[in-house]
Design a protein around this ligand. Structure first.
Ligand SMILES: Cc1cc2nc3c(=O)[nH]c(=O)nc-3n(C[C@H](O)[C@H](O)[C@H](O)COP(=O)(O)O)c2cc1C
Length: 342
């Protein structure tokens, strides 16, 4: 996408409508839990309003809407990156009306700014970033300077990104993920909900986790095995695990995103931190696998908070590594997430 450079006599864009459309088209490529895309956008003048779409919340896995708001936070960060790329300073008001909890943010296309190399680089990762599933090919470690950079990116959005390196902690987190995955597989309402968001191969639904995006046969990650979600539900669905799922596929760098509080504002912050980290990592060809199963079970989340996060609230559990080309996931056309103000 080329940024719009039309300028009115006082330096403002003649019509921001087209720019808003472009920014929303970028924002919908944010990650979201089960690819639910639980957001909507509307425009009035040069103001974009971001809302959560509670009809898309996972009622069983995410009754409090925490993951829905993390997903919306990721979309908000993406919107901010796109607005900057289009040449405006985004002015953001988070949760502008306490009586309307689904109203998440107002983003105004503010003063004109010159394009920076950093804005361009981040923007270019929006479509390149993809969720990884399964192990990583060995030898693709995240170098310490990149790790430090990612930690800084998370801090910039008010969250912490912390690496887990102690082998006992890694074994315990992997075991808790496995326990959570097994508990969820035992839970019929959870299974039905996951099935609703994992379409059969060949489906043309523009949402949910499709078989092209996960490896077949639940490959192990070594030396610490973090099981993936059961999107295939016992079917022989998924792609050839190849290098990433074969023998020797590695766990990668395990990281937690944490926040000091656990309010909707913290969840939105965690989502923005997540997407900033993912975009910066993608710039260096590093991808993330997500394991949020244990954070969906309150007792396990509380244990992780106390034992591995120094009392801070765990919002995301990730593995980072270099994976090569990942299949692109699907999205609803941007028009379908825009409401009537447009
Ligand atoms: C809050 C949140 C939780 C997620 N949890 C998982 C998870 O446990 N397992 C998984 O495979 N992917 C998880 N994902 C990744 C989504 O499934 C993914 O973003 C979505 O399918 C769209 O694909 P893409 O990221 O490749 O564009 C999560 C994403 C978010 C934002």
């Amino acid at each position: 996408m080329e940024p719009t450079r039309r300028q009115g006599p006082n330096g403002a864009a003649e019509s921001p409508a087209e720019d808003v459309q472009k920014a929303v088209e970028a924002a919908v490529w944010a990650p979201s839990v089960h690819n639910t895309q639980p957001w909507s956008f509307s425009r009035r003048g040069s103001r974009i309003t971001v809302r959560a779409d509670p009809d898309r919340r996972l009622a069983v896995a995410d009754p409090g809407g925490r993951e829905m708001l993390i997903s919306c936070g990721a979309a908000l960060l993406t919107l901010r990156v796109a607005v900057r790329r289009l040449g405006y300073e985004p002015q953001v008001r988070l949760l502008p009306d306490p009586d309307r909890p689904n109203l998440l943010a107002d983003v105004v296309l503010g003063a004109r700014i010159a394009e920076s190399e950093d804005d361009r680089l981040l923007y270019e990762q929006i479509r390149r970033r993809r969720t990884h599933r399964g192990g990583f090919p060995p030898g693709g470690d995240v170098p310490p300077p990149l790790r430090a950079r990612l930690e800084m990116e998370a801090r910039q959005e008010g969250a912490e990104l912390q690496a887990v390196e102690d082998p006992h902690a890694l074994r315990a987190l992997a075991a808790l993920t496995e326990a959570a995955e097994n508990l969820q597989r035992l839970d019929a309402p959870y299974r039905r909900e996951c099935a609703r968001w994992s379409p059969r191969p060949g489906s043309s639904r523009p949402e949910g986790v499709h078989a092209e995006t996960y490896p077949r046969g639940e490959p192990r990650t070594e030396p610490y095995h973090f099981p993936g979600r059961d999107f295939a539900r016992g079917h022989d669905w998924g792609t050839d695990p190849g290098k990433t799922g074969g023998r020797g596929a590695v766990t990668g760098l395990v990281m937690l995103i944490t926040t000091s509080g656990d309010t909707p504002g913290d969840w939105l912050g965690a989502g923005q931190a997540l997407q900033r980290v993912l975009l910066r990592a993608a710039e260096k060809d590093v991808a993330a696998a997500f394991h949020t199963q244990p954070l969906e079970i309150p007792e396990l989340r509380e244990l992780i908070r106390r034992r591995f996060c120094g009392g801070r609230y765990p919002q995301m559990l990730l593995r980072l590594g270099r994976a090569g080309a990942e299949p692109e996931s699907v999205r609803r056309p941007a028009d379908q997430s825009m409401t009537e103000d447009f």
